[in-house]
Design a protein around this ligand. Structure first.
Ligand code: ZN
Length: 654
């Protein structure tokens, strides 16, 4: 792994996008067998790329080929406004895996003219263009240009507007053109009616709904030998190569069952696969590969293809384990009324993982936490896997360092230095304390309903876990356990926590709105309660028209968090709904509109990209004379356009 200091987490910035790079720490600590397993599973995660492009829109793959050919083969002057706009457009299309915004779903409007693109397309080798049989280059332009330039054509990938026909107005490619919402809904209602109600399969998940021309609907199933068969066969080939390297019998069965599903497209087999997958928790390497999330279908049935591979971060998992092992000590020393403590307390052993590759609908824009499977009855009967992807979170944090955010909102140089020195260690540790100890601590008094706090329950629960973490992050026990470097470190967490709760988390709220999300409410609750009750410890001060958080007594702050933790635990243990309501409504919901306006204006000036995505690392292998892999190397140097062009070239299947 490259040195943290020299590694560039932030890469290109264009339109509303910021490209980042992530490191894969711990890869070199895996043994060769595990590295080979990661390699083959990563290949399987890359081979599905074209499936997603086609799912996102029926013209996407051909438009990509046309744009890429211009990008690589255009031989005239590139240093023009039109060409620059063209390049930005292509980069956005790459980012979205299609011509619509990855988040907002609206079609991109090119910043260059159709006459520029026509000239450019006519100037490149016709053999590299996505021509249909007997189609001329002019005809190709006539066919695809309205899709690129005309705002009326394919305006939105997924339309969710109540009252409109969601299929006729969405241009995702899950239903044959012309099939109405009512027709599709009727088709799937009758499938469901005749199926197993207690253990329903994921109806419609892996097929395109088609019409036979006589008004009869049928499914074109995505499987080997069927639709997307070529891509799926490449995925299967990589999975087969991975099997001998599986870490245990169960993991081998998982991979075999997935191959079985890809071969048959049978959704009962898919359920059997997810059940096996949920139960495989012993292996250090894990993956998802397949038709997964349904956000891209306005009816929420069809699953977009995604793939990723991860493995356990041993160092971080050790940290979580250390806390879990000492759970009873933390419980016995917590500042809450002993009646509300657990006599026997077992910590939660959280698994921290690092992503090795991102593919399909997780690339380049990725979630940082994943919780699967999506089938409700499988979750209820077999559980689910929930993970936080440590190295992606880390990359976000590192990239945010140089962007001016802290410089704008932190009160002075001394505090800024404190945050730069201890911020990362403390952030991770606070999360661990929250997850491994906070949620698991305390108990309800006998007879108290777990849902007594109703709508305020989740905010109070998050506040409880956060406060447990805040209280203990300042404890000498953590220095003793080797989890914090010294007795000063916690101050970084105290400052950044209060700055976030009092000021900066407001940047995510629209002017005039209140705070709704439970985690955000909990942070505001803790911060504003402390501000009001402990003015000797923390204040909001105005310097040259800008508001800052000032902390004047860190040890008093710890006391404050202890007092609030005791009260929040009481509320939870006794099921005191009125007190929960009072705390949340008083401190967690409302925003001072003048302060909000000021914070938004300061944030806007920083001109930060609202959306971020990742460039993957590159894995390469060497073989011996028996065809076995002897070395897997990992490099980070590839640029965004190099990577996209390589993927289009090397993993093209459709
Ligand atoms: Zn939580």
């Amino acid at each position: 792994m490259q040195n943290e200091e020299t590694f560039q987490f932030a890469d290109e910035r264009f339109a509303d996008l910021q490209m980042l790079r992530y490191q894969v720490p711990g890869f070199l600590d895996l043994n060769l067998r595990q590295q080979v397993l990661v390699y083959y599973l990563s290949e399987a995660a890359l081979w599905g790329r074209d499936i997603l492009w086609d799912q996102n829109g029926r013209y996407n793959l051909r438009i990509r080929q046309l744009l890429e050919t211009v990008y690589t083969d255009y031989s005239e002057e590139r240093d023009t406004q039109e060409f620059k706009e063209f390049a930005i457009y292509l980069k956005r299309v790459w980012f979205s895996n299609g011509i619509h915004h990855h988040y907002g779903c609206m079609k991109f409007q090119p910043g260059f003219t159709s006459s520029f693109l026509r000239r450019a397309v006519l100037s490149v080798p016709a053999s590299k263009l996505p021509l249909r049989e007997k189609q001329s280059v002019e005809e190709l332009c006539d066919e695809l240009f309205p899709v690129i330039f005309n705002p009326e054509v394919c305006p939105k990938r997924v339309n969710q507007t109540e009252g409109e026909d969601l299929l006729l107005t969405s241009s995702c490619n899950y239903y044959q053109e012309g099939i109405t919402q009512a027709e599709a809904e009727e088709f799937y209602a009758s499938q469901k009616a005749s199926g197993d109600a207690a253990h329903p399969i994921m109806y419609g998940m892996n097929s395109t709904l088609m019409c036979d021309g006589k008004g009869c609907l049928y499914e074109d199933v995505w499987h080997s030998g069927g639709k997307y068969g070529n891509a799926i066969d490449h995925i299967i080939a990589c999975l087969e190569l991975a099997i001998p390297y599986a870490e245990n019998v169960r993991q081998k069965e998982v991979i075999e069952k997935l191959i079985d599903f890809y071969r048959t497209g049978d959704l009962k087999t898919f359920d059997a696969y997810t059940i096996l997958w949920v139960g495989e928790t012993k292996g250090e390497v894990d993956f998802t590969n397949g038709f997964t999330e349904v956000y891209g279908d306005p009816l929420g049935l069809k699953a977009s293809w995604e793939g990723y591979v991860n493995f356990v971060d041993k160092k971080a998992t050790h940290r979580a384990q250390l806390l879990s092992d000492n759970a009873q000590w933390f419980e016995d020393h917590s500042p809450v009324d002993p009646r509300f403590r657990k006599e026997v307390c077992r910590g939660v052993s959280a698994k921290v993982i690092n992503a090795a590759i991102l593919g399909g609908d997780l690339y380049p824009s990725s979630a940082i936490g994943i919780n699967l499977p999506n089938s409700d009855w499988v979750r209820a009967e077999y559980g689910s896997k929930s993970v936080t992807i440590g190295n992606l979170t880390h990359a976000y944090n590192q990239a945010a360092k140089g962007n001016g955010f802290r410089e704008e909102f932190v009160i002075n140089k001394e505090t800024l230095d404190l945050l730069n020195l201890y911020g990362d260690v403390c952030d991770d540790l606070h999360t661990d304390l929250h997850e491994c100890l906070g949620h698991g601590s305390g108990k309800l008094l006998p007879g108290v309903d777990a849902d007594a706090l109703k709508a305020y329950g989740s905010c109070i629960e998050e506040a409880r876990a956060d406060l447990f973490g805040l209280y203990y992050i300042a404890d000498e026990k953590l220095v003793e356990l080797g989890l914090t470097p010294d007795k000063e470190a916690y101050k970084a967490q105290y400052y950044s926590y209060l700055m976030n709760g009092l000021l900066t988390q407001m940047v995510r709220i629209e002017p005039g709105h209140t705070i709704e999300e439970a985690h955000m409410r909990n942070r505001a609750l803790i911060a504003f309660w402390t501000l009001e009750h402990y003015p000797q410890a923390v204040q909001l001060v105005n310097l040259d028209g800008k508001t800052y958080v000032r902390i004047s007594d860190y040890s008093l702050l710890r006391k404050a968090f202890g007092v609030l933790l005791a009260e929040i635990q009481r509320i939870k243990s006794e099921g005191d709904y009125e007190a929960a309501k009072m705390l949340v409504e008083t401190y967690g919901v409302h925003i001072d509109s003048a302060l909000h306006k000021q914070v938004l204006a300061r944030y806007k000036k920083l001109d930060l990209a609202p959306y971020k995505g990742f460039i993957n690392p590159r894995y390469e292998v060497k073989y011996n004379s028996q065809g076995e892999i002897t070395v897997v190397t990992l490099t980070y140097g590839e640029s965004y356009d190099e990577q996209m062009l390589r993927y289009s070239r090397d993993y093209r299947t459709l």
